[in-house]
Design a protein around this ligand. Structure first.
Ligand code: C2E
Ligand code: CA
Ligand code: CA
Length: 840
């Protein structure tokens, strides 16, 4: 009974029961005050309350109160115990033998002592009970006095008055107890007051009659008092039998309730919770746990109800508790748990320390289905006993039957479905429903570890997807992604996996050998390229595919994905819309690209770029007309790099606009400094898209003092492919600055001369391959001639590039080409060197 010693201070169940201790203290003090008032009004005086010839001493009556309070019958109301005592007997005897003060003192000392010593009550509870004894006794005395005004024993009115007095005391005590229970339960217990009053009236009448008999015997034949022990014991036994019956009835009611709960509540999770709540009440336990073992080798789950309510609902219980439940399976009845089990259980009980617990294994037909545990018995009256364990065993059997019916399995399946849905959201792309990068990587990791013939990964990047988004809108872009996703899914079949990594990047995991991977990749390429209708437009998606086949033994999914990505990158740089298979050299190239990129960033800060100028001359006279600025990168370790070595990378990583700014600025400055005629500067596609370019050029021209008409900006056809309207607009703005525009590398792209009509070009540069042709024989001049003639009709000046031989000059002169450049005329050179060249 150690727990009672600190029960009022700590967080033990005992003190928690008095959840509203202040209200109980207030109630007790009010009761005390009432007792005092009564005392003052009617109870003063040292004479016995009623006159009687027999005077048993005060100690004897006090002892009787003590005994009566020890042999009580406890009646359980919800989680509170109420006790019936035979205290009416000493009370009635006392009325006839003691002074009001003496009787109250005997009651308080006798009953109080029983509470302290026998029932180990203390604190608020003791205060309440002692106050109650005081008032109860005072009321009994008051009522008796009011009716008899000091009658003698043995007379009928005195008997009536004594009965009225004890009934009043019982009624008062009942009301006070129900008030206290109501306060601690937080709700008015109307049913309890009715039941208690009924029972109280009956026992009080019986015991009062016995007490009056005793009084009479004491007056006349005290030795015959012994005969009364039999009826007194009889009443005691009868009362206790009644209480047992009542408890049995309540247990049955509880079992009936709980099986109804288990079988009728549609969601079994809530049925289990409801059951645990009911069980907690029925067993007067503070905590209830249900461990559930789903079929198969699934994890043990637990639902826990603590003093604060639900602590967990069908949550994984962990290995330690699973082991504990297994260790209980040997017992085939409900058992009391030991300290180890108690401290284990505390871990799933909101941290509430466990003091005592009983448990039963839920035994299904062919397997253990779990364990039901009730812990921390409420109230100090009685610990869990054999009848509790019997009740728990019966309950356990009921629960096991309910589980066996598969209801919990079914609702667990629903729970799992929900969890699956949640994890689906975390691992899938919401737009296309494909796996995301994380899930893909997870699957790839497993596939790599299991494969014995290799795993194929295809990295897919749509070509020019940005153009679709820009020109047809995002909805069309999304529709295209969804369509492509669907094509991937249907092409690869169900045992392979397609994922969207984001944007227009996809990846496919092929659990197949070399041959099948190549076949499937070709099918993927074809499937993606089928036309798609987006609203009124028909679009043919294009994609660059990179493939890698991880040999058995390769285990790092990130490395495999990176290889496929590298191969895809190669496909892009091979002109897009193709498939490339990974080779280790590609990886080295990718690594080199990576370091180069870092170097490039640094080069911008350190001004590592310089310009060479290639003279452009008048074809008829050979006189210098201007220069083309050609960028070089003086790399700190690799020497001077040509544009081909770094411009593509600069475009990709958006460093190109920075470089262009440097080039434009330097070209303007040096062209003023060395008086180079006009200076032609190359722009990239990205520059044309840059909204700030016209202002930038205007500002640089202004600050360097180069007249706008001495600047030519060269743009290749491919720079205008993405969005012709946008490009036209950008060119117009550059024209507004006052510079001239040249269409570079004409003939290598897809454009026709007709579209030149709508673009504000001033010059057209014939690409080197056409100029090369000019020296073979005159039949090859057909195409260059047509270009030059058409250019002239459009009012464009023609520049021939890559002149390497003198005979080319003759032909070009004949064809009427105005300007020319090439190694035969002059190689690109530093600005300072141009002066010498001109002087030659
Ligand atoms: P491009 O605009 O067609 O420039 C002409 C290229 O042909 C230059 O190569 C030049 O050195 C070379 N070349 C000139 N005459 C002959 C010849 O007779 N025979 C041969 N085989 N080649 C000749 P470079 O300097 O390597 O430039 C390559 C490309 O890089 C340029 O082609 C241009 O598109 C781009 N580029 C150069 N500088 C810049 C720049 O500052 N910005 C941008 N965006 N691109 C640039
Ligand atoms: Ca050029
Ligand atoms: Ca060119």
């Amino acid at each position: 009974m150690a727990k009672d010693e600190h029960s009022d201070g700590g967080a033990s169940p005992e003190s928690r029961r008095w959840t509203r201790p202040r209200q109980i203290v207030a109630l007790s003090l009010t009761v005390c005050l009432l007792a005092l008032a009564l005392w003052d009004l009617a109870l003063r005086g040292g004479h016995p309350i009623a006159s009687s010839n027999y005077r048993p001493n005060w100690l004897a009556i006090t002892a009787l109160f003590l005994v009566a309070e020890i042999f009580v019958i406890h009646l359980q109301f919800r989680r509170e115990a109420h006790s019936f005592s035979l205290a009416e007997i000493p009370l009635v005897i006392g009325i006839f033998a003691l002074s009001p003060f003496g009787l109250i003192a005997a009651r308080v000392v006798g009953s109080g002592l029983a509470l302290v010593v026998h029932r180990r009550q203390s604190g608020i509870k003791l205060l309440f009970n002692v106050s109650k004894f005081t008032l109860e006794t005072a009321v009994a005395i008051g009522v008796f006095k009011l009716i008899t005004d000091g009658g003698t024993s043995g007379e009928v009115p005195t008997w009536g008055a004594a009965t009225a007095a004890t009934l009043a005391a019982t009624a008062l005590s009942t009301v006070l107890i129900v008030m206290a229970i109501s306060i601690s339960e937080g709700a008015w217990q109307r049913g309890t007051i009715r039941e208690l009053l009924g029972l109280g009236t009956y026992t009080t009448m019986v015991t009062t009659s016995l007490a009056l008999l005793a009084v009479t015997l004491l007056e006349h034949e005290p030795w015959q008092l012994a005969a009364m022990l039999v009826p007194v014991a009889g009443i005691f036994v009868a009362n206790r039998a009644y209480v047992r019956e009542r408890e049995k009835h309540e247990s049955l009611e509880f079992l009936y309730d709980s099986s109804r709960l288990l079988h009728q509540t549609p969601a079994l999770e809530s049925a289990v919770e409801g059951l645990l709540y009911r069980a907690r009440e029925a067993f007067r336990a503070d905590l209830a746990f249900l461990f559930y073992q789903p079929s198969g080798d699934a994890e043990l789950l637990h639902t826990a109800i603590g003093p604060l309510g639900m602590a967990a609902s069908l949550q994984p219980a962990g290995a330690a508790l699973a082991a504990m439940c297994r260790s209980l399976q040997a017992a085939d009845e409900a058992i009391e748990l030991g300290d180890d089990a108690l401290s284990l259980l505390a871990t799933v009980a909101d941290g509430t320390p466990l003091t005592d617990a009983i448990a039963v294994t839920l035994q299904g037909e062919d397997r253990h289905m779990g364990t039901l545990v009730l812990a921390n018995r409420v109230g100090q009256v009685s610990p869990f006993d054999a009848s509790d364990r019997r009740l728990l065993a019966t309950l356990g059997a009921h629960v096991a039957v309910a589980f066996e019916n598969g209801r919990l399995e079914q609702s667990l399946a629903e729970l799992r479905a929900l969890q699956q849905q949640l994890s689906h959201q975390a691992t899938h792309d919401p737009l296309t429903g494909l796996a995301n990068r994380k899930l893909f990587t997870d699957h790839l990791r497993v596939a790599l570890s299991e494969s014995d013939r290799g795993v194929g990964v295809v990295f897919i990047d749509l070509d020019d997807f940005k153009a679709v988004n820009d020109s047809l809108g995002h909805a069309a872009g999304d529709a295209m992604l969804v369509a492509v996703a669907e094509r991937l899914r249907t092409t690869i079949g169900s045992h392979n996996l397609a994922a969207r990594f984001g944007g227009d990047e996809f990846a496919v995991l092929l659990r197949a050998g070399h041959h099948d991977v190549e076949r499937l990749t070709a099918q993927l390429y074809d499937a993606i390229s089928q036309p798609i209708s987006l609203g009124r437009d028909q679009v043919r998606p294009r994609a660059s595919l990179g493939v890698t086949i991880a040999e058995p033994g390769v285990l790092d999914p990130a490395a495999v994905i990176r290889d496929a990505d590298t191969a895809m990158y190669r496909a892009k740089s091979q002109g897009k819309a193709c498939v490339e298979i990974f080779e280790p050299a590609m990886h080295e190239a990718a690594m080199a690209r990576h370091t180069l990129r870092i170097d490039l960033e640094r080069a911008i800060h350190r001004q590592e770029f310089e310009l060479l100028y290639q003279p452009i001359v008048h074809m008829h006279s050979g006189a210098p007309a201007g220069v083309e600025a050609l960028v070089r990168w003086r790399h700190p370790t690799r020497g001077v790099l040509p544009p081909a070595a770094f411009l593509a990378l600069a475009e990709e990583s958006n460093l190109i606009t920075e470089i262009s700014r440097i080039v434009v600025e330097q070209a303007c400055r040096e062209s003023v400094q060395y008086d180079l005629g006009f200076v032609s500067v190359n722009l990239s596609a990205r520059d044309v898209e840059d909204r700030h370019l016209p202002t930038l050029v205007r500002d640089i021209l202004h600050s360097t003092g180069l007249p706008p008409e001495r600047m030519v900006l060269e743009i290749t056809e491919s720079a205008m492919l993405n969005d012709a309207d946008k490009a036209a607009h950008a060119l117009e703005q550059l024209k507004d600055v006052g510079v001239r525009l040249a269409l570079d590398d004409f003939g290598t792209g897809f454009s026709s001369l007709s579209y030149l009509q709508h673009l504000p070009f001033d010059l057209l540069k014939i690409a080197k391959p056409f100029v090369d042709d000019l020296r073979l024989d005159h039949n090859q001049t057909v195409f260059p001639r047509a270009i030059i003639e058409l250019a002239h009709t459009l009012g464009l000046t023609v520049v021939a590039e890559g002149i390497e031989h003198p005979e080319q000059i003759d032909v070009l002169q004949e064809l009427g080409c105005e300007l020319g450049q090439g190694f035969y005329i002059a190689r690109p050179m530093e600005a300072a060197a141009l002066l010498d060249w001109q002087a030659e």
